[in-house]
Design a protein around this ligand. Structure first.
Ligand SMILES: Nc1nc2c(c(=O)[nH]1)N[C@H]1C(S)=C(S)[C@@H](COP(=O)(O)OP(=O)(O)OC[C@H]3O[C@@H](n4cnc5c(=O)[nH]c(N)nc54)[C@H](O)[C@@H]3O)O[C@H]1N2
Ligand SMILES: Nc1nc2c(c(=O)[nH]1)N[C@H]1C(S)=C(S)[C@@H](COP(=O)(O)OP(=O)(O)OC[C@H]3O[C@@H](n4cnc5c(=O)[nH]c(N)nc54)[C@H](O)[C@@H]3O)O[C@H]1N2
Ligand code: SF4
Ligand SMILES: [Mo]
Length: 743
């Protein structure tokens, strides 16, 4: 790193405020980042930045950023402590807990910031070395159906249809224009959408709200939420009845067609109309436009995944793509053969299904187990609260904020408060951190190197993920952490605690490999001398096409001339197939056919989740420029519903679910379906701040905006039988004016 200069210098850099990892310029003065600017010449991001990235200086130098670890004193107050001491104390307390209660009493929660390397290379090994299988992540409170589906249906070794090549695209309950996730390339989605629209792509959106993405669509269906599986079953029925499927492709690559046909039989257009409240004609038109296109793709997002039957929705969507033959074929170009992520050749053949759940450990609730998507995080508070063998007594929370992210905030708080040890790794003292025994703040990019490996690797997650071009970026640390700080990198916490406990760690390279890729590799670490971050990145890229040393030379992003690839033909001995009629899913289809539309009794409205452009989950609420609406998290309601309920714009309303009540200011939104309300998530105050005597479900002060997760409950509402995600969207609620609630 160059010595700090008082002159303002502009340098290429990578923004890691969120996982999109834009290639940007950073301006640095006196060793501090003073601005973040788009880099028009970046060949993947094309100058894109967002308000969050541009506000990076306020994140790095915010007065609330923690610059040294905190320890809870005996009196209950936080006191600053040296990192070395904190590491030793945590190791000692972990050892005592394990000695008394066994290793499975220690759990890990990997939040949003735990998903990328280098920390993700060590977390599994750390838990394994401790002997605990209790490793949870945010995937099971996000879109578990998406990750589990390839295990039930199989996946395509030829990759996904590229958005740039598609004639049509179906977005179900995802708004990638804002969330930058789902179908559209994550990398500057607006740029890709504009180009696709110019060449005439037909976008279909299924969302009860007219979203920013829906505004660009050729067709927009605004159904009753929670009925996506019904709609997809109806679409499949139409495809099969009208012979719109790709018969040759299905015959060669899939099995179970006739069984699927029988199980979707009840879902006639009229039944779908009655259930999902979309006109039968609109369903027919959308299905015909979609299925008669030559190439296409589809994505479901958090909306349906968090609503009831999210897994079935994802499964039926995968079946629809297979039926339409929307899978890259032999001879099709491979948009990105892999730059730093080693990839095997793409082939026009399926990878067979494998068990999706039933992996150890068996939890003590609902027969839930480990799954292709990990352990069900919504059940972790239950495992903390229930005494007896298997009770979780210690939690390491890495880069997440359970109090604002886990469903059922009341239960989450009770569970976290009851722990013998809660360690939180976070740059801020969050609502979760306030309940912790130790908080360890990390160094942040660009105080540490940034690398694009995880973005490229995420290609395996489905269409839109990964880089649509052979791009890679690496940038060294550009500045020192703030003077006088005592910070470490997140991964170093796991390394140093393991060192104290005498555990051997093994770095894992390639967590997202699929059959046909070079297999995952494991590298035992030297536990005497701590490796550098770059040494870990070297391990990650031992088999990459372009060596890390080459990528490092270019100081941020660049396209690489890797040999062009096309999808190879099916191997002669391939006997894998896509499964169109998984028995569990067919059982759920039959059950769903008997569902009745929920009555309009006590909980007449359905609460939908939505992302806000300027904040990222619970992050950014303390950054004044990002919280335009601050202090509110308004509840969007259709004006006709407001009139019927006697609610005026800006009036405070109470939103009550079976679990709790939150408050929000009403904001009229014509473009919502009637009978639904829509709010952003992870807002709100820690209920602990209401004081120790506040009863469960006591109203939250509205001044910080209500937290919709407080309304969810794995005990009182639907929970997906295998992934364990409870209802977190389409939550039944009552809406009532509450102008007299004072806060
Ligand atoms: N700016 C910003 N970007 C983000 C995030 C953020 O907080 N801020 N979060 C990131 C994260 S962690 C994730 S997982 C992604 C999520 O990305 P997305 O899944 O695209 O999330 P949303 O924008 O909330 O879009 C969900 C949509 O589902 C609709 N919906 C709700 N319930 C239903 C239903 O039952 N059926 C149907 N068909 N639709 C429904 C909602 O109206 C909403 O428009 O975004 C990521 N990107
Ligand atoms: N009601 C409701 N609940 C939801 C959702 C919803 O739509 N509605 N969405 C769900 C989804 S999709 C997700 S992914 C989860 C998110 O769940 P979480 O990941 O648990 O929640 P975040 O708010 O993203 O928390 C990220 C934390 O990481 C911290 N952080 C930032 N940078 C770093 C870093 O470099 N190192 C470390 N150690 N920490 C860092 C931030 O300060 C923040 O506290 O929430 C889920 N919960
Ligand atoms: S989308 Fe915004 S916050 Fe995320 S990396 Fe890009 S500029 Fe940074
Ligand atoms: Mo997420």
């Amino acid at each position: 790193m160059k010595p700090a200069s008082s002159e303002r210098t502009r340098t290429r850099a990578i923004c890691r405020y969120c996982a999109v990892s834009c290639g940007v310029f950073m301006e640095i003065e006196n060793g501090r980042v003073v601005s973040v600017i788009g880099d028009k010449d970046d060949p993947a991001y094309h100058g894109f930045t967002c308000k969050k990235g541009r506000d990076l200086p306020n994140h790095l130098y915010h007065p609330s950023r923690l610059l040294q670890p905190l320890r809870r004193s005996e009196g209950g107050e936080f006191e600053p402590a040296a990192s070395g001491e904190v590491i030793s104390e945590i190791a000692e307390r972990l050892r005592a807990i394990i000695d008394e209660h066994g290793p499975e009493s220690v759990a890990l929660y990997s939040g949003t910031y735990a998903l990328g390397p280098p920390v993700s290379m060590l977390t599994d090994s750390f838990m394994h070395a401790l002997g605990s299988p209790m490793s949870f992540g945010c995937g099971t409170i996000d879109q578990p159906g998406k990750i589990v589906t390839p295990s039930l249906h199989g996946r395509w070794r030829g990759g996904d249809t590229a958005f740039a090549d598609a004639e049509t695209w179906l977005f179900i309950g995802t708004n990638p224009v804002v969330s930058k996730l789902g179908g559209l390339p994550t990398i500057n989605p607006g740029w890709h959408l504009t180009r696709a629209l110019k060449r005439g792509i037909k976008i279909i959106v299924i969302d009860p709200r007219r979203t920013e993405t829906a505004r660009k669509a050729a067709l927009h269906l605004q159904p009753r939420p929670g009925e996506d599986a019904t709609i997809l079953a109806g679409m499949i029925r139409i495809v099969l009845e009208e012979g719109l499927h790709d018969e040759a492709f299905v015959a060669e690559s899939a099995r179970g067609l006739e069984t699927l046909r029988a199980h979707v039989a009840p879902y006639t257009p009229d039944v779908v109309e009655a259930r999902a409240d979309i006109p039968a004609d609109a369903l027919l038109e959308a299905t015909r436009v979609f299925a008669s296109s030559a190439t296409g793709g589809a994505n479901a997002g958090t909306g349906p995944n968090m609503a009831p039957r999210g897994l079935l929705t994802e499964y039926l969507l995968a079946c629809l793509l297979t039926l339409c033959g929307f899978r890259p074929r032999a001879g099709d170009r491979v948009p990105n053969p892999g730059v730093v992520v080693p990839r095997g050749p793409r082939r026009a053949q399926p990878i067979a299904p494998k068990p999706a759940w039933g992996y150890p450990p068996l939890l003590r609730f609902h027969g839930l187990t480990n799954t292709a998507c990990g352990l069900p995080t919504a059940i972790l508070p239950h495992e903390m609260l229930k005494p007896g063998k298997g009770q979780v007594r210690a939690l390491i929370c890495m880069g997440g904020n359970p109090m604002m992210a886990w469903p059922d905030q009341i239960k989450t708080r009770e569970a976290l408060e009851g722990l013998d040890l809660l360690v939180v790794l976070d740059p801020k003292l969050t609502q979760t951190g306030r309940l912790a025994h130790y908080v360890l703040p990390p160094k942040l990019v660009p105080e540490i190197p940034a690398f694009s490996f995880d973005i490229e690797e995420l290609e395996g997650m489905g269409p839109g993920w990964g880089y649509p071009v052979p791009y890679a970026a690496y940038r060294d640390a550009l500045i020192d952490p703030p003077e006088g700080s005592d910070l470490m990198e997140d991964w170093q916490f796991f390394y140093r605690v393991a060192q104290e406990l005498g555990l051997q760690l093994t770095a894992c390279a390639g967590r997202m490999r699929i059959e046909g890729d070079p297999p995952m590799r494991f590298f035992p670490l030297d536990m005497e001398t701590m490796p550098t971050t770059d040494e870990l990145f070297e391990l990650l890229t031992t088999e990459s096409r372009v060596p890390l040393a080459e990528v490092r030379k270019y100081e941020a992003g660049r396209l690489y001339e890797v040999e062009e690839e096309v999808v190879l033909p099916r191997e002669a001995d391939c006997d894998a197939y896509f499964e169109l009629a998984d028995a569990t899913m067919m059982g759920q289809l039959d059950e769903a056919a008997r569902d009745v539309v929920e009555g309009d009794g006590d909980f007449a409205f359905r609460l939908l989740n939505r992302r806000q452009a300027d904040t990222l989950n619970s992050q950014g609420r303390d950054q004044a420029k990002l919280c335009r609406e601050r202090p509110h998290n308004p509840v969007h309601i259709h004006p006709e519903d407001m009139r019927a309920l006697g609610i005026e714009a800006g009036m405070l309303v109470a939103i009550t679910s079976r679990r709790a009540t939150i408050y929000a200011f009403a904001k009229p939104e014509e473009e919502l379906r009637r009978g639904v309300v829509s709010m952003s998530h992870s807002y709100g105050l820690d209920p602990a701040e209401l004081g120790p005597d506040a009863p469960d479900g006591a109203p939250q002060p509205y001044s910080m905006g209500g937290h919709t997760g407080a309304l969810a409950s794995a005990d009182l509402d639907y929970i997906e039988p295998f992934t364990g995600i409870p209802r977190m969207s389409a939550i039944p609620v009552e809406i009532a004016p509450a102008p007299d609630v004072i806060s």
